[in-house]
Ligand binder design. Structure first.
Ligand code: GAL
Length: 366
């Protein structure tokens, strides 16, 4: 059990005049940490769900890399239930873990529990998804989320050759979970690219569902997306064709494709529309190779894990983690210093990259 250095009266006075560095805690990135530095102790890893292969990989990669760096790890999955994740984090605080890395289920539901982490001097890194409405988050490791949306939308623009003259095409728009802060970044990035074509009528949303609030998919659930797509097709595409679907995530893309196939798409006379995605999950990469899903966005979870481990190790050793964005990720209480990695668009022409990068083996993709 670690103990804190007792505060002296002078240090308390110094605290009052905003010097937060003398009492066995110190201020860095707006949060107060315990004074102990060095290796050892346990890092709590709070991941959202095992329903998607990416989060399984994220958790495994981080656990391995933190262990290599000299820490023990406590990896927990919240089964997409907010109350589970809160209880898991509470437990990590009670156990005296030194650092928390959290991929939030609901980015706005962790304020109370993270205040407890801050009171206990435990630093917090938001992993992939920003944690909202709290000052008790110190750093954010993610991908350039707006760019993800831009890559998806640019793919639609290129595939339908929208920059040249031509006929109008029909598109339907899907977004991620409304409680995930990433959702609006993906959406805004995509809409920025699609807007000129939506405005000019070159792209038509026959359902009229053009607002983020109409397009979200609770908890990124593929089944929910499939039902919405079924509905969109039956109500709006009697004699018309869907030419493209903006999908923010592979699990959603596969749901959309199932709905399209049930409605008769995927045949020679009625090919599937352009369907985007994200995460380069194995099932989707196979679908891309099979000519069904058209595109996905590769976000190397090993690199993200490595980034979170570097940040965590720096914080635990009294160093300032490297960041490359200090303006875009405002969680409502503070702008969280962030490190953003670059996402890469994948389609049929470059799935080989996933093999050369060692993300999948050739056997897995064959
Ligand atoms: C987002 C994440 C995406 C995708 C999605 C569903 O927060 O950035 O890459 O994984 O969750 O799990």
């Amino acid at each position: 059990m670690r103990t804190r250095t007792p505060c002296t009266a002078a240090a308390l006075a110094a605290l009052l005049v905003l010097s937060l560095t003398a009492c066995g805690q110190e201020a860095r990135g707006g949060s107060r940490y315990r004074a102990e530095t060095g290796k050892g102790g346990t890092v709590g890893l709070a991941m959202p769900t095992k329903a998607s292969e990416r989060w399984i990989a994220d958790g495994k990669n981080m656990a391995e890399q933190f262990q290599k760096a000299g820490y023990e790890t406590d990896l927990q999955y919240g089964d997409d239930k907010v109350e589970n994740q809160v209880a898991q984090i509470e437990n990590m605080i009670t156990k005296g873990h030194r650092l928390l890395v959290v991929a939030a289920i609901d980015g706005s539901a962790l304020t109370d529990v993270l205040r407890r982490a801050e009171d206990a001097g435990i630093p917090v890194i938001a992993y992939d998804r920003l944690i909202m409405g709290t000052g008790s988050v110190d750093y954010y490791a993610s991908f350039d989320n707006e760019r993800v949306g831009m890559l998806q939308a640019r793919y639609i623009v290129d595939k339908l050759a929208l920059t040249g003259p031509g006929k109008p095409y029909n598109v339907e728009l899907f977004a991620g979970s409304p409680d995930d802060n990433n959702t609006k970044y993906f959406w805004n990035g995509a809409i920025k690219v699609l807007k000129p074509y939506l405005d000019s009528g070159r792209l038509v949303v026959r359902s009229g569902q053009k607002k983020l609030s109409q397009a979200t998919t609770l908890r990124w659930d593929g089944g929910t997306a499939q039902k919405r797509m079924d509905d969109l097709i039956s109500k709006n595409y009697g004699d018309a064709r869907v030419d493209a679907v903006l999908s923010p995530y592979d699990g959603i893309s596969l749901g959309i494709i199932s709905a399209l196939k049930s409605a008769g798409y995927g045949t020679r006379g009625q090919p599937l529309p352009v369907v985007t995605g994200q995460d380069a999950e194995l099932a989707s990469v196979k679908s891309v190779i099979a000519g069904e899903q058209t595109q996905t966005v590769f976000k190397d979870t090993r690199k993200l894990a490595a980034q979170a481990v570097r940040m965590g190790d720096a914080v635990l050793n009294g160093r300032k983690p490297e960041v490359n964005n200090v303006k875009d990720y405002d969680n409502g209480k503070k702008v969280v210093p962030s490190y953003l990695l670059k996402p890469v668009s994948i389609d049929k022409t470059n799935t080989q990259l996933l093999v050369t990068e060692g993300y999948f083996t050739a056997g897995q993709l064959s």
